[in-house]
Ligand binder design. Structure first.
Ligand code: AMP
Length: 292
């Protein structure tokens, strides 16, 4: 069994949907990922928060046995992000991003890392992802996520990261942008040439397409009762997949259903609410009932 180290944003999010609006709730790519992965494996989070980050947020990590020895608390404000969804959640507009203490985040070592660890570089600036690779020991597997912002503005930096990546998670729109093609086969060809041997292209409510050592498999989504808030779905998916792989030594393909089940639970609630109430047994139950 391996442990997982993740680096990414630990944030205060403000989210507006067609029937709800919340201010400054605990979020961030590393937060969603680490809670999801901690269902199956032990997780260390690398990140930074400001003086305004609530004790309630710190307790979320502690209560889920997520190691926060590498979560720095600095003078200043926590990374803040706000967004608005349209009524069917098919579109999300980022309203504001305030980096706060994240702007000067400059980690120089990871406390307690081990060679058998899995490293997940959640969605942050690719130059920070590269910095983490540089200060890390050799890892069992390095995975990463990205977003359209970096593909648009920092593609060279992202290419620099991908040459070290074993497993790359991105969504369909990002894959099309990177590959300048709307064919998934072309996307896999293009992206695998940049480094990763394993790629998951997330297709939202259509599931995902997986490229694992040259073979392409289309995977079904996990059914969702009612979408309440899709924020963090991608991070929860990656957390479920890597958490399950770390726990069971399974292949990527075998772990996909666990990622889909965690993401489906998460988006049936607001922010991290539902994610915090779910157990590993719930997830295994969801996967087994669907497989039957
Ligand atoms: P997702 O819905 O998977 O895109 O993840 C949303 C999470 O990513 C939110 O909790 C945000 O705080 C965080 N986030 C949004 N934009 C950024 C960014 N530019 N860098 C790091 N994290 C971000």
């Amino acid at each position: 069994m391996s442990s997982i180290i993740t680096v990414g944003s630990v944030a205060l999010d403000s989210i507006e949907t067609h029937n709800n609006s919340v201010q400054s709730i605990v979020g961030g790519s590393a937060t969603y990922f680490s809670i999801a992965a901690s269902l199956f494996a032990s997780v260390k989070v690398v990140g930074i928060v400001g003086e305004d980050f609530p004790e309630k947020g710190i307790n979320i990590f502690k209560n889920n046995n997520i190691n926060i020895d590498n979560l720095e608390r600095a003078k200043g404000t926590t990374f803040k992000w706000s967004c608005k969804y349209n009524s069917d959640f098919s579109h999300r507009e980022t309203l504001s991003t305030n980096l706060g203490v994240f702007e000067s985040f400059n980690p120089s070592q990871i406390i307690g890392e081990e060679e058998n660890d899995i490293l997940f570089l959640a969605n942050i600036h690719p130059s920070l992802q590269k910095q983490i690779i540089n200060i890390s020991n050799k890892k069992k597997l390095i995975a990463c996520d990205t977003m359209n912002l970096w593909i648009d503005n920092n593609l060279d930096d992202l290419h620099g990261v991908l040459s070290y990546i074993d497993l790359f998670f991105l969504n369909e729109e990002e894959a099309f942008m990177m590959s300048k093609s709307t064919s998934l086969i072309d996307c896999f060809k293009h992206i695998s040439m940049l480094g990763p041997n394993n790629i998951v292209i997330k297709l939202g409510e259509r599931g995902c397409a997986v490229f694992e050592s040259g073979k392409i498999t289309k995977m079904s989504p996990h059914p969702v009762k009612t979408v309440i808030d899709p924020t963090g779905a991608g991070d929860c998916f990656a957390g479920g997949v890597l958490g399950y792989m770390a726990h069971s030594n399974s292949t990527l393909i075998d772990a996909i259903d666990y990622g889909s089940a965690v993401a489906s639970c998460a988006i049936e609630g607001f922010g991290v609410d539902n994610l915090l109430s779910v157990t590993a047994e719930d997830i295994v139950g969801r996967v087994n009932s669907l497989r039957e």
